[in-house]
Design a protein around this ligand. Structure first.
Ligand code: GLA
Length: 415
């Protein structure tokens, strides 16, 4: 095997990230910002495509963050610049910022201001400079990190008192307030950016805790922080960014969501969570669904969602019991279900998962919405480099784009 170099996506340390955003702000607007706020991307450990089914998910916040330097204005103008967007400064008047009127990345930023105003908060114009080490289009929630960084910034510069602060140990002080802010970020994404996503990413970015995974119950928005310290077990979570770009604004994600809602309607339940919880009734319900014209596809979609919710429970039980290696087979089963039943994987994700397992990973799966983006693998800490090298070689051998790697350590939420 030829020696394949690996590419790593480094997480900036907080002062460096803040300085970058501050410098971009100074260079663009010629003044200092009121402050710099930041919010993390996420990987989801398990519980994929469950959030919009009122199910369970288990994300962790990444050390990779999006930084927003913001200054309040006295008019209703928003001026935006991003180090990741070469198009220069954009200007949007909040009076004109209605769903459908703002295109591209600006919709996520302006959408947060719009959602806050829709909820009755007194939010006016602002200047904002963005810089980020959350890779874009990698399935690591760069959009939620952008929304959440702007949300906590606007909360602070307008003195809204919604989100509360974060303790030195990386725990949010006001989770209920953050849950409400997360909902507004979801509105920004759904209505202003037009991406029909669930709420997992925004919850992870705003409500996660350092050193913990966030067990999110999407039926009632409840959370539990589950200790997640892989290093203590000699393990690590390797993230493989396949560089196969995904997008939730296109139709496949919306189709999956619509299929689940259709299946729930036909089964006479409010959400597929009810099917998952009624374990003994699941077989009969699925048999009834199977007789419909497109029943086979719907049965597989439902089977993914219900089995995935059960896997989240088993995953958390294993973590609670301190039996971390036991989560490996659950990750493998999750990937198979997403690939075969839910059909949201792709060649690059399958190659990444297979290559990590062949190189000794204890478990691996795609993470996020799918159709590209990233995979995660549970590996022995000592094997991180070797597994990454094996994945890079597998990609090179198949003529796929060079993947990028990161190690996920559970970081603090937006602040
Ligand atoms: C994307 C969406 C989330 C969630 C995942 C799949 O990341 O933004 O709401 O649905 O896909 O689990």
């Amino acid at each position: 095997m030829t020696d394949t170099a690996t590419v790593w996506t480094a997480a900036w340390d907080r002062p460096a990230g803040e300085e970058r955003a501050r410098e971009l702000f100074d260079a663009t607007f010629g003044t200092a910002p009121d402050g710099v706020w930041s919010a993390p991307g996420r990987v989801n450990l398990i519980g994929e495509h469950t959030d919009y089914n009122a199910g369970l998910a288990l994300p962790v916040a990444l050390p990779h963050r999006t930084y927003a330097a913001v200054a309040r204005r006295d008019d209703d103008l928003v001026r935006l610049v991003s180090a990741q967007e070469p198009s220069g400064v954009r200007e949007v008047r909040l009076a004109h910022a209605v769903p459908g009127a703002v295109r591209g990345w600006a919709a996520y930023v302006v959408g947060v201001a719009w959602a806050l105003r829709e909820a009755g908060h007194d939010v006016g114009g602002f200047d904002v400079a963005i810089d980020s080490c959350v890779p874009f289009g990698a399935g690591l929630s760069s959009s939620a990190a952008l929304e959440a960084s702007v949300a906590v910034a606007l909360d602070a510069v307008h003195g809204l008192g919604l989100a509360g602060g974060v303790d030195a140990d990386g725990a949010a002080r006001d989770d209920a307030g953050r849950a409400r802010v997360a909902e507004l970020c979801v509105r920004a994404e759904n209505e202003m950016a037009g991406a029909p996503t669930g709420g997992m990413d925004q919850a992870a970015s705003l409500r996660a805790r350092a050193g913990h995974a966030l067990l999110l119950d999407c039926r009632d928005g409840g959370v539990r922080h589950v200790p997640f310290d892989l290093a203590a077990h000699g393990l690590a979570l390797l993230v493989v960014d396949t560089r196969a770009e995904h997008s939730h604004v296109d139709g496949e994600y919306a189709q999956r969501r619509a299929a689940c809602e259709d299946a729930a309607r036909r089964l006479g339940v409010a959400s597929l969570r009810e099917v998952a919880d009624a374990a003994e009734g699941t077989g009969a319900a699925l048999a009834a669904l199977a007789t419909a014209a497109d029943g086979d596809v719907l049965v597989r979609r439902v089977r993914h969602v219900t089995s995935e919710i059960a896997r989240v429970r088993a995953f958390v039980e294993a973590l609670d019991a301190g039996d971390v290696p036991a989560v490996g087979p659950l990750m493998d089963a999750s990937h198979a279900s997403l690939r075969d039943d839910y059909e949201v994987s792709c060649r690059e994700l399958d190659v990444a998962v297979d290559a990590t397992l062949a190189a000794g990973a204890l478990g691996a799966r795609m993470t996020g919405g799918g159709f590209g983006g990233s995979a995660i693998a549970l590996v022995r800490a000592a094997d991180v480099d070797a597994v990454a090298t094996a994945v890079a070689a597998a990609f090179a051998a198949r003529g796929l784009a060079t993947p990028a790697f990161a190690v996920a350590v559970a970081g603090p939420p937006a602040a």
